[in-house]
Design a protein around this ligand. Structure first.
Ligand SMILES: [Zn+2]
Ligand SMILES: [Zn+2]
Length: 331
């Protein structure tokens, strides 16, 4: 079978590998039909996010079960499934506090980062890492369940509710999913994205008319600012209403910011960082996505053999614009 292997920064190679052995007790082998390319994959490729090579990347995936091991009861061959890549040990202090996304042993257990993932024609995982994909959820929507679980965790942490005015910064997949969800929960939602391609895509998916620039003196100001770019903390703080919340959902490992602590204290602004999701949120995201038509966000699907074309579309060059929404491989 073919796998797309990370060999070090800037090096992704298509390799031939023997098919995995028959699944052991409690394990399931599935054939990924669609595997999303995430900002994390891009950061790993660019050497900005730690991942020990060699590693088969790919943590956002849907597929079809091909074989099940002894004792597997929830799944059988032919079932459509979605991968929950965030596995936790269930034994450390944080897992026992139901905060599995902070599991002390998570890094080695994360499928597609700490262990081999779904940019492959077959993958064997534990039964609990797969959930049945509802029949009314097409693959292109199902592949967005993992990022939706991250967004759901963040918006819950920021307690977004019916009396909120929400501004979402960034019209990438995380921004669009945040806006899509916030539209259902909050009184008013707007989305800010400088790139015209992404504005158009965000409009098609959310029905909102995205703004090219953040209006820092909007009146009344937003009660919640969601930064999905990871680099706009300072303007977020300047814009949010006193007593409001700034939710940081984007991961930009290179960004830094200067914060005057008194702006938080004196104005009673809450700063909330959120990344990943707790295990319990994943089934909720599966249920939620049934009513969120968002498959248009997946704009380009490539075979594994065309990985360089795929990564080129992710605006890897300096100053290059975006030419895609969510990219995915069809292994
Ligand atoms: Zn991801
Ligand atoms: Zn743990």
């Amino acid at each position: 079978m073919h796998v797309l292997q990370f060999r070090g920064p800037g090096e992704l190679t298509l390799e031939q590998r023997a098919a995995p052995p028959a699944p052991g007790p409690g394990q399931v082998t599935f054939r990924p039909t669609l595997a999303g390319v995430c900002g994390t994959d891009r950061a790993i490729y660019l050497g900005r996010y730690h991942c020990e090579p060699p590693r088969v990347l790919g943590h956002e995936a849907v597929g079809v079960v091909t074989e099940v091991g002894e004792g597997v009861t929830r799944l059988r061959p032919g079932d459509r499934v979605v991968l929950d890549p965030t596995q936790s040990c269930g034994r450390c202090d944080r897992c026992l506090r139901a905060e599995s996304s902070h599991c002390a042993n998570k890094s080695a257990l994360e499928i597609g980062v700490g262990r081999d993932g779904a940019f492959a024609q077959l993958l064997t995982v534990e039964e609990q890492a797969l959930y049945p994909l509802p029949a009314d959820v097409p693959d292109r929507r199902g592949v967005l369940i993992e990022p939706l679980a991250c967004v759901l965790t963040g918006l819950r942490a920021a307690a977004v509710g019916p009396d909120d005015r929400v501004v979402v910064l960034g019209g990438g997949p995380m921004g669009v999913l945040s806006a899509l969800l916030a539209v259902r929960w909050a009184a008013r939602v707007s989305l800010v994205e400088p790139d015209p391609y992404r504005r158009e895509l965000a409009e098609a998916v959310t029905g909102l008319t995205p703004l090219a620039e953040l209006d820092e003196s909007a009146s009344p100001p937003p009660t919640v600012v969601v930064d999905t770019t990871g680099s706009l903390l300072e303007p977020s703080l300047r814009t949010v209403q006193d007593g409001g919340r700034v939710l940081l959902l984007g991961c930009d490992t290179a960004a830094t910011a200067t914060v005057r602590p008194f702006d938080l204290t004196g104005r009673c602004v809450s700063l909330i960082g959120s990344c990943d999701y707790h295990a319990q949120v994943f089934p909720a995201a599966i249920e939620l996505i049934r009513g969120l038509p968002c498959e248009q966000l997946v704009t380009d699907v490539f075979p594994l053999t065309e990985s360089s074309a795929a990564f080129e579309l992710l605006a890897l060059g300096p100053g290059s614009g975006y030419g895609a929404g969510k990219l995915a491989f069809a292994p």
